[in-house]
Ligand binder design. Structure first.
Ligand code: DC
Length: 232
């Protein structure tokens, strides 16, 4: 499944732990492609909710084109839908769609295709456990609920999508999604045994990025010297 010569950095964890901002910066620093797999699930939820996609029994990915522009904003059938997929309405329903086996199967296949073709940083829930279980580098980000809710509310305010939202309503959605994502049967949100856990509650984004870049360097050095020992 995985081409060993291609570098995959898997960054998993619950939402609002800083995964996507961190992953984007790590990818930029290393010159890797960044893939936001949560945005792909959000895209499917958006289309299904708007009656543009039937997802009862199967998901035909040929019916939809999901891609990203150079600013990592999602394009659905060529149209920028970044604002729409981040709407709290989509956050409320996305777990329902991401638990459907045929949706996971189709999106996982697409994510493998993208990640196998080029050095890539992918963030999501199941990258290190299911999509790329042999990824060279795996991280699992966590943070306490207070910090996560505050971060998510600030993001919504910045995007003008916080109408009617409070810290309490945002935290409620985070808790509900964590429960649904962790308890689903297929590819649940769980830390891979070999992932490095980073609690982001009290560190800055720059510190998160530095920790990951440092660990990538250490793991790379360690794997390189193990390889040298074995072949030497
Ligand atoms: O990271 P996010 O909040 O944008 O993700 C949206 C939803 O998609 C989240 O509730 C769980 C789901 N998801 C998933 O099941 N597997 C992934 N690899 C990424 C996201």
């Amino acid at each position: 499944m995985e081409n060993d010569t291609v570098e995959v950095i898997a960054i998993d964890g619950p939402s609002a732990t800083g995964k996507s901002t961190t992953a984007k910066l790590v990818a930029k620093e290393l010159g890797y492609t960044y893939l936001d797999t949560g945005a792909m699930y959000r895209a499917v939820a958006y289309l299904a909710e708007n009656g543009e996609l039937r997802v009862e029994n199967s998901l035909n990915l040929n019916e939809i084109r999901i891609s990203f522009d150079k600013n990592n904003q999602i394009l659905i059938n060529g149209v920028n839908r970044e604002g729409e997929i981040r709407d709290p309405k989509i956050s409320t329903v996305v777990s329902k769609y991401s638990a459907m086996p045929y949706i996971r199967e189709a999106l996982t296949a697409r994510q493998r295709e993208i990640g196998s073709g080029q050095p890539c940083v992918l963030d999501g829930r199941d990258i290190g456990t299911v999509v790329f279980p042999n990824a060279k580098y795996k991280f699992f980000l966590t943070a306490d609920y207070g910090t996560r809710a505050a971060r998510r509310l600030l993001e919504l305010q910045a995007a003008g999508k916080a109408l009617g939202e409070t810290l309490e309503s945002v935290e409620k959605n985070l808790r509900e999604r964590d429960k649904a994502d962790s308890e689903r049967e297929i590819a649940p949100l769980v830390k891979a045994k070999d992932a490095i856990e980073i609690d982001t509650s009290h560190i800055t984004i720059q510190q998160q990025v530095q920790k990951i870049l440092q660990s990538v360097g250490e793991v790379a050095r360690c794997k390189h010297s193990l390889g040298a020992t074995r072949t030497g």
